[in-house]
Design a protein around this ligand. Sequence first.
Ligand code: GLN
Length: 450
Amino acid sequence: AHLDRIAAVDGQVDAFLHVDAETTLAQARTVDERRAAGEELGPLAGVPIAHKDVFTTTDMPTTAGSKILEGWRPPYDATVTRRLREAGLVILGKTNMDEFAMGSSTENSAFKTTRNPWDLARIPGGSSGGSSAAVAAYEAPLSTGTDTGGSIRQPAAVTGIVGTKPTYGGSSRYGIIAFASSLDTPGPFARNVLDAALLHEAFSGHDVMDSTSIDRPVPSVVEAARSGDVDGLRVGVVKEFAGDGYEPGVSARFAEAVELLESLGAKVVEVSCPHFAYALPAYYLIAPSEASSNLARFDAMRYGLRVGDDGTRSAEEVMALTRAEGFGPEVKRRIMLGTYALSSGYYDAYYGKAQQVRTLVKRDFDAAFEQVDVLVSPTTPTTAFPIGERADDPMAMYLADLCTIPANLTGNAAISVPCGLADGLPVGLQVMAPVLGDDRVYRVGAAVER
Ligand code: GLN
């Protein structure tokens, strides 16, 4: 049914970069055989899923939305891919994304722009916009994404679905094409909080293949999502995430969600996080710095594209030609920014300063979580914007992640859940919890989701 739905609507939505019905159906048959052989499979066995094209998959290509990886077939599965295969989920295909996960609209994909199913003239968010659109358009019941600065929560918010950024280290990065390694976090998309929790639980947990993976028991997010009990819970409203830049409809839906929490017995207080205002600029030094280093591996020798290798050119020339042709403008911008920020003489002034800001943001969170159990804010300042509106204005594009970036800098758990419509377009509520407090974001999400 999902393959039929994809065939019917993906010509308009453009959520998928790769769909392969034969491979999908072969996977489904394997699940049937495992079941027939008496294997105990989890609650999601047989459920189809779409993976963001940044998760390596042995039976489907993986491009990270970039020409430089066009046609590349990974020799191994990401841990998330592998665990979900073992749990019996069936892969429908790979979804579109901003190149190397750099963006907020999927307009930076080297292949195509995905459209928001609510209004095909608008963006589905990004960078995981193919995954959000696929779930919102009922092409897939579940999908995966990665969130480095908001790339799960922002697309979830603007397409009216649920998206979680788990605690950093709670879900494995192994086999995910790296953007900014100290921030990248894989997480789930679904149309309701319980489905997201089931998916979250199916792929998370300690992984020896990821050196930053956390080896500690965590409370069940599925139980928290089933409960939705917020009676007596202390909820902090982040004072700094309100005001002028927020669309009136977004502010109105947010205020209603807070009232709803209060009516369910939560104690709501205003909390100040004064350094959150500096999180966005710090992110745009740290993320490009790590990206410039991570993307050095695309050297025309190891993977994908190779340009100008005709026997007359040096390896350096082939490398330069390949990178010039293979990377898009936003990726080049980030490599230049990052290389500059890391260069000797500027390192302390930019990268070092940004890391200090990161510590200050963490102190804000620590102080806040002494007073409250969770923090809430709108997920994004605006609803889905029209395709093209911010394409030539990186600064305007970067503002889409104003509210989501603090949790990336500190590794905290956060979720976006739908909290109503503004002018016919979805609005998201963000819930943030302490590190390893993922259960709390599901508990609150389940209480307020619409
Ligand atoms: N939009 C942000 C950026 O462009 C965040 C991307 C992400 O979370 N992958 O970097």
